[in-house]
Design a protein around this ligand. Structure first.
Ligand code: ADP
Length: 198
């Protein structure tokens, strides 16, 4: 069974993902994949160099992330061009890893941890979607604390994503992570009971 795990920045996806993994769920991490597709030797980099220029690659062959981030900042068309190259590769790799887990164990619950699942329109690929939720003020506080941001910086990060209330409404299951870690663990256990009962 394949589920999608998502939420907003700092709502607790990584925390919940670790709890799921400890309970036997196989995790596919989209952030890790997004980094790996830009490592030296990946076929994608040739396409990036062809579109943006070889100066966007580092001497060792990987992407010059800082240079690219500066280049696409405030240039929506350039950002879109990059996404058009990168997103299909990320999607294909997520799919490959999910398929591999299912092939290895047809009974497994496989969770694809995808922070921008709704923003990227990927909900149809999963049987059930779990949203890790906290109310926005909690999200803001945890984000500032974790990443050492000012309120303005944290607001900016939140505003770049779909609102957490929208994600909550669209979810099949909601883990409310505003309480204690113990309360979150209980919800994860209940979630797995209901997924395994299907
Ligand atoms: P995400 O992966 O969604 O960005 P994290 O799992 O990193 O979010 O959680 C964001 C921050 O909030 C982290 O610093 C984490 O330690 C903290 N955190 C997560 N769950 C709780 C909780 N139930 N109570 C207090 N702090 C929490």
């Amino acid at each position: 069974m394949r589920i999608g795990l998502t939420g907003g920045i700092a709502t607790g996806k990584s925390t919940v993902s670790r709890l799921l993994e400890a309970r036997g769920v196989r995790i596919v991490d989209a952030d890790v994949i997004a980094r790996d597709v830009m490592n030296p030797g990946q076929p994608l980099l040739a396409a990036v160099a062809a579109r943006f220029g070889p100066e966007f690659l580092l001497p060792e062959g990987g992407l010059d992330r800082r240079r690219m981030a500066e280049h696409i900042f405030n240039r929506p068309e350039e950002r879109q061009a990059l996404n058009a190259i990168v997103h299909p590769a990320i999607r294909a790799e997520i799919r490959r890893q999910v398929d591999a887990h299912e092939a290895a164990d047809p009974e497994a619950i496989v969770a694809a941890d995808i922070p921008l699942l709704y923003e990227s329109g990927l909900e149809d690929l999963y049987e059930k979607i779990v949203v890790v939720y906290v109310p926005r003020p909690v999200q803001l506080t945890r984000l500032m604390r974790r990443d050492g941001l000012t309120p303005e910086q944290a607001e900016g990060r939140l505003n770049a994503q779909l609102d957490i209330e929208d994600k909550k409404r669209r979810a099949d299951y909601v883990i409310d992570n505003a309480g204690t870690p113990e309360e979150t663990r209980h919800q994860v256990d209940r979630l797995l009971e209901s997924l395994r009962a299907r």
